[in-house]
Every structure is written in C-alpha cells, then in structure tokens.
Design a protein around this ligand. Structure first.
Ligand code: CA
Length: 365
C-alpha cells in the first residue's frame, strides 16, 4: 500500500542526470515527468500552474490522472534531484496552535497569564523572509547572533518547528474565508528552524526577526488541496468576527518528527485553533495582497501530550528535560550534525491515507 498512489499525485520540480528542471508528480517511489503534457506543465517551476486558478487546477489534475493511468515511464526517486517546487513570493508564519502558544507562554514568560489576550480574537502571525526558504535536504548552517547583552556567537539553543505550509496560487486581497480554495493551491511540510536564544533577546516588542530568518525548509512535494479530505474545524470561543467566518475546513494531517532517526513526536494538525482559511482572510483583511507563490505556514503544531510537541523547546521543556535518542545520547537542543526529518500523512479525499512526504535537514557548524 503506497502513500503516493493515484489518489495523491503531489507536484514537484525535478532534474535527472544533470538535465533541466521539469515538473513531475510523485507516484510510489518514482517521478512521472509532465513535460510532455505541454502548456502549464512545460515550465521549470510550478508558478505558471499556480497562477492559473481553480478551474485550471482541476483540469490539470484530471489530465495528470489520465496520463498516469496510461502507464508512462517512471523515473526512480533516487535518480533525480528535487528542487524548490515554486518561486516563493512572500513568506508569512502564524502561531495558531493553542497548545504551542500556551506552552511557549509558560516556558518563556512564567509570570504571565498564559495565552496572550488577543490570541483567541485573531490568528497572530509575522512576516518572514522568503529568500531563505529552502528545499528539503539543504544543510542548515547554525546561525550566529546576539544571544544576550554583550554576547555574539553561534546559537546554543537551535530548535525546529513542525508546521504545515499553504501555497497561494491566485493573487488577491480582502479574501473571504469561503474563497480559500480559489486562492490556495496546496500544502507542503515546513520546518521553521528557530534560534531560541537569539529569539529571547530580540523579540520584544516587535516579534521574531533574526531568530527565524536564517532558514525555513519545505518539502519538495506540493499536495493539491483536491487530494485532501476536509474535516470540521476546531470549535472557537469567543465567536470570531464576521470577516473570519465561516471558519473554513480543517485537515486531518498527522506529522511526525524524527531526531537522528529516533521518532520523538507526533504533532496533530487537526488540533489547530485557527484554520488556514482564517489565516488567509486575516492576512489580507487590511487590504494587503497576496501573490502567486506566497507561502504561509500554520505555526508550530503541538498537541496536548508531550510527545505531540512540534518544537524541542516544548519537548525538552526549554532543555530542562532532555530526550534520550536511540543511540543512548540525550538532547535538549540541536547539536551540529543532527539530522531532522518531519514527515506527514493525511486523510485523503478518497478516504484513504496519503503521504505528504518529508522535509529533512542536517545542522552544520
Ligand atoms: Ca513558526
């Protein structure tokens, strides 16, 4: 049973044997080349397809399914290089897991009341840096920065954040939640690498800056929304303002985090408080527009149990409760040479389980 059957078919950009970049879909452990289908498929990135809009996306998917059914050549995954699948326009990151926001408050601000007062009224977010969004497999250089007053050096508290990213296809502003699927093409996995010591020293009052802008990794496969089942969103109290209603769909996406090949966490995206539709509506509610290739991420996904934490800040409770890895070593935060894999599966539109693939990265000095 493959997680990449005909009910999935995520899009990516690949090259083989030093050749040019081409669009493909993943089938099992192989890539199907789409170049021969011409039109929007004959491009070195997904951007032309992203810009084409919902009707064309549906048509494209039908054409791809027909092509795959015709038994085209399969190129084994280990014979190709996977690239960043689209040109990232702007990158925005949210903070929409109630458990994550509560944990971070408890860890970093133990004398504060918990969730920030506005947290249940709007999806909190910040604008990130698109130039450092990299494809899975890209080595992550440990960032240096101001760690405290008078101290500049390599971060000692380098962390991960397991998130789900949403890829915008059709530009727009003042986007209603009900129009989510007319603008958003699909989803990727995201690791929003974070330097907690840089963050703690710099973030008040304007939020994350250099603690997160050095690298954000994304999975090479973009899962079209059509492949995903929708589920009811998490109930919200108080009732959101009108421009954030209806809430839009939830998605049953299950993440897993492996630290040097030891499975340490299973963050459940289905538990997110704010939906992707509400995030997009909020992001454009002041008249700001989104563009083709915009990426916005859910925020760290953390469930209520310790082994559902989407960051090591939470998993090790700020390094105070280290985790033991399979090789017998213990960890609070990332060490040089550490390898992180965030993988994901989801309930597919056809009722079965489908794969989102993985986003991996190794920390280098
Ligand atoms: Ca984040």
């Amino acid at each position: 049973m493959t997680l990449f059957g005909i009910d999935n078919l995520p899009y990516g950009v690949f090259s083989a044997a030093g050749g040019s970049r081409r669009l493909g879909v993943r089938l099992g452990n192989a890539v199907i080349d789409l170049e021969g289908l011409g039109g929007l498929f004959a491009a070195p990135s997904l951007n032309p397809l992203l810009a084409a809009g919902r009707a064309q996306w549906t048509q494209a998917r039908a054409a791809v399914i027909e092509h795959v059914r015709s038994g085209p050549p399969e190129i084994p995954l280990d014979e190709v290089t996977l690239h960043l699948p689209f040109e990232v326009a702007d990158y925005t990151d949210f903070y929409s897991s109630e458990q994550h926001a509560t944990n971070v408050s408890r860890i970093l601000r133990p004398d504060s009341p918990g969730l920030p007062p506005q947290w249940r009224h709007l999806p909190i977010g910040y604008h990130g840096r698109s130039s450092t969004v990299v494809v899975s497999g890209t080595p992550i250089a440990r960032p240096s920065g101001q760690l405290a007053e008078g101290v500049f050096g390599p971060s000692r508290r380098l962390d991960v954040e397991a998130e789900v990213g949403f890829v915008v296809g059709v530009p727009g502003r003042l986007i209603r939640t009900a129009s989510f699927a007319d603008h958003v093409f699909g989803v990727v996995l995201v690791n929003d690498w974070s330097a907690r010591d840089i963050q703690a020293w710099e973030y008040r009052p304007l939020g994350p800056f250099l603690a997160k802008s050095f690298a954000t990794s994304v999975s090479p496969w973009v899962l079209p929304l059509e492949a995903l089942a929708t589920i009811p969103a998490v109930p919200q109290d108080p009732r959101p303002l009108d421009h954030l209603l209806p809430a839009g769909p939830g998605f049953d996406i299950r993440l897993a985090v492996d630290w040097n090949e030891t499975r340490v966490s299973h963050p459940p995206y289905a538990s997110m408080y704010w939906t992707a539709a509400q995030q997009l509506a909020h992001l454009t509610s002041n008249g700001a527009d989104v563009r083709t290739g915009d990426l916005y991420a859910s925020g760290t996904v953390s469930g209520p149990a310790r082994d559902q934490a989407g960051s090591f800040l939470e998993l090790t409770w700020n390094g105070n409760e280290p985790v033991k890895l399979a090789d017998g070593s213990t960890r609070g935060f990332l060490e040089d040479g550490d390898h992180i894999r965030i993988s994901g599966t989801a309930l597919g539109a056809g009722g079965g389980e489908i794969g989102l693939g993985e986003v991996v990265g190794t920390v280098v000095a």
